[in-house]
Write a protein that binds this ligand. Structure first.
Ligand code: UD1
Length: 365
């Protein structure tokens, strides 16, 4: 009988990972239904990515929406259980490290449904990061773990995971990038539509990690240094809804408005790809942007104390600079002066990770 692998998406960073997996599964004759938890639901955070990426419409949307971590995770679990019973797949496939990932993996593991984790083994070793808890726990209850970089294996072995269950396949998010680069919206089009008088030479900023935006002291510090950078280099800043809300709550809107930054609503995937490709540098706390800039050869300055994606630093264009204004400034100046790190493309970030996953599953289900 034909096999079925049920895939889950929930939040923005899941959307650019799932297409290559579903295409791969279908190509080896595995049925690939899709459940959306509804963790992200705004047009700009959700619908746009489905159309940009040509993703299949989810078979079910659990429509959980926002909430505290406990509420959101619990609500996903409660609503997902009957759907899992109904679909009764041979395995559940989850990607990344968002609340939807752990919630659905936990439901499946307790029901004896095999769990497959794509993008396993990444560790920041920072348990203050909600995603780190999601990563560690999802990996512990997964039967098959697909990794994006070889170092991830050592992390998993340290946590007692049998290396026989771990397979190095590369990075499905880069599959999506490779496939869509020819369709990227040119930065010049996005920027002129937003009224900007420049089309290159800019710093592209994204910020949304709770550790950076939830604490008004840290947020003020970061926005102040960004305003300083904006006085010398054009700054383009598509704002995540969480960040927008925190800026307003902390009374920082005047600071942002006074600075010469181009604020945009959250960008769609094809728009973001165009903006990244033409940027002089990126300043970010996103996991995905660290990887995408490495794949594009654009210098990236990561405003976090650590990264769970060390290959972007050792092989790629990423520098982890923390949130200290002086180190942000110093790295930014260095990038302007020297062009920044050039880097190389990490092993298996070649557009074929989805195929490797499908080939591995075809032999194992
Ligand atoms: C989630 C992921 C994070 C990922 C990020 C990308 C977890 C723990 N975090 O963080 O790893 O990098 O997505 O965006 O899963 N909101 C909207 N519209 C939406 C979705 C959210 O306005 O469509 C607002 C709500 O006020 C919500 C807040 O953003 O409370 C945070 O959303 P949530 O899904 O809890 O976490 P993110 O910060 O988006």
């Amino acid at each position: 009988m034909g096999k079925t692998v049920l895939s889950i998406v929930g939040a923005r960073p899941n959307f650019m990972k799932i297409g290559p997996v579903i295409d791969g599964l279908k190509s080896v004759g595995i049925a690939a239904p899709l459940v959306h938890t509804g963790q992200h639901y705004d047009e700009a955070m959700n619908d746009r990515f489905f159309s940009d990426l040509g993703l299949p419409r989810p078979d079910v949307n659990l429509e959980v929406g926002s909430g505290s971590h406990a509420q959101q995770t619990a609500e996903i679990m409660r609503r997902f259980e009957p759907v899992l019973d109904e679909i009764a797949p041979d395995a559940l496939l989850v990607v990344g490290d968002v609340n939807s990932t752990i919630a659905c993996a936990l439901v499946a593991a307790k029901k004896g449904v095999r769990v497959i984790h794509v993008e396993a083994g990444l560790r920041s070793y920072d348990r203050a990061m909600p995603e780190e808890i999601n990563r560690v726990l999802t990996d512990q209850i997964s039967d098959l773990l697909f990794i994006t970089e070889r170092d991830a294996l050592a992390n998993l072995i340290r946590e007692g995971i049998d290396p026989a269950r771990v397979i190095f396949v590369g990075n499905v998010m880069i599959d999506t990038l490779v496939k869509n680069l020819p369709r990227a919206v040119p930065a010049a089009a996005t920027l002129s539509a937003a009224g900007a008088g420049f089309a290159e030479g800019y710093a592209l900023v994204t910020l949304h990690r709770p550790s950076n935006v939830d604490d008004p002291v840290v947020l003020t510090r970061l926005l102040t240094v960004l305003a300083e950078i904006a006085a010398a280099t054009p700054v383009v800043f598509p704002i995540h809804p969480r960040t927008r809300a925190r800026i307003e709550q902390a009374g920082l809107s005047p600071l942002v408005e006074k600075a010469d930054m181009l604020l945009l609503p959250p960008a769609g995937y094809l728009e973001m790809l165009g903006l990244m490709r033409s940027a002089r540098l990126a300043i970010t706390d996103s996991g995905g942007v660290q990887e995408e800039t490495t794949a594009l050869g654009v210098p990236c300055l990561t405003v976090r104390e650590n990264t769970e994606r060390p290959i972007t630093v050792t092989a790629g264009t990423n520098s982890v600079v923390g949130t200290d204004p002086e180190s942000i400034r110093a790295t930014w100046r260095d990038i302007l002066a020297t062009g920044g790190k050039t880097g190389r493309i990490p092993e298996f970030w070649d557009g074929k990770a989805g195929e490797r996953i499908a080939a591995a599953l075809a032999g194992r289900l």
